[in-house]
Design a protein around this ligand. Structure first.
Ligand SMILES: [Zn+2]
Length: 266
């Protein structure tokens, strides 16, 4: 998750002035970005050293509830009490490519409720190649993050994993835009999912985030993955230790039962 997601309007202005590519050097990056440069290399700006690049980024190095994590179904606890309700609708968004191909909400987009709390409004969606989370030891070619912000500034992210197959229509639309703006509609969530407490997967690696990683995968064509890599390079943070955290699984049938009791669902 990019730091800029917490400051979408700053990013938005920067995006209008000078879209940055993944190949930006530390020098050109500093010229346009207020935060320090970081990348995904094995070098001095890579993930192993993020915690030392800025005092406010120390959690990247010494946090104890960091993301992403390895999800294993056999170790997940079934949770019958969580209720996730998404109310997405069409949104005008701006696309900009910084550390990730990212769309930022300009108008609309909808919101979700998590255990009756909310609304958590959609802030943006972006993609990581390859996936950051793994499920049962499998790393996927692509992972999408829909970032939401709650009433008190809480961040909740929905992670969507992609397998190679039929092209993804949302990405096809976004990648084909000839101008920075477009209209998208996110699909409402209807899948079983995993839930745990974690962090931003990019500096400043802020903790206390609610993660919801969908069990059902989307498909994406290899050409689309190649296209995204051409924009952003590889931007997947290595797996972080669980340190005793519990990963919950919410099954689809529980979700549907819960949905029946939820107010104003459809
Ligand atoms: Zn992300």
């Amino acid at each position: 998750m990019a730091f800029s997601q917490l400051f979408p309007f700053v990013s938005l202005v920067l995006g209008l002035i000078m879209p940055l590519s993944a190949s930006s050097s530390p020098e050109t990056y500093r010229q346009y970005c207020p935060e320090p440069y970081y990348d995904y290399s094995d070098g001095p700006f890579g993930p192993a050293n993020w915690g030392n690049l800025h005092p406010s980024w120390r959690l990247c190095g010494d946090g104890n509830s960091q993301s992403p994590v390895a999800i294993n179904e056999s170790e997940a606890f079934l949770n019958a009490s969580s209720v996730l309700e998404t109310f997405y609708h069409s949104a005008i968004v701006e696309r900009h490519d910084d550390h990730a191909v990212e769309i930022v909400r300009r108008c609309g987009g909808g919101a979700l409720y998590w255990n009756s709390e909310g609304p958590y409004y959609v802030l943006n969606m972006h993609w990581h190649t390859p996936s950051e989370h793994t499920i049962n030891g499998v790393r996927f070619p692509l992972e999408g993050h829909i970032v939401h912000v709650g009433p008190n500034g809480e961040i909740l992210v929905i992670g969507i994993l992609y397998e190679i197959g039929t092209k993804d229509n949302l990405l096809a639309s976004i990648l084909n835009w000839t101008c920075p703006f477009g209209v998208i509609t996110l699909k409402n969530v209807t899948s079983s999912y995993y839930n745990y407490m974690g962090s931003l997967t990019t500096p400043p690696c802020t903790e206390g985030l609610t993660w919801i990683v969908l069990e059902k995968t989307n498909t994406v064509s290899q050409e689309q993955v190649d296209s995204i890599i051409s924009y952003q390079g590889y931007n997947s943070r290595p797996l972080q230790p669980l340190n005793g955290r519990i990963i919950y699984k919410v099954e689809d049938d529980i979700y549907i039962k819960s949905k029946d009791t939820f107010v104003d669902v459809e």
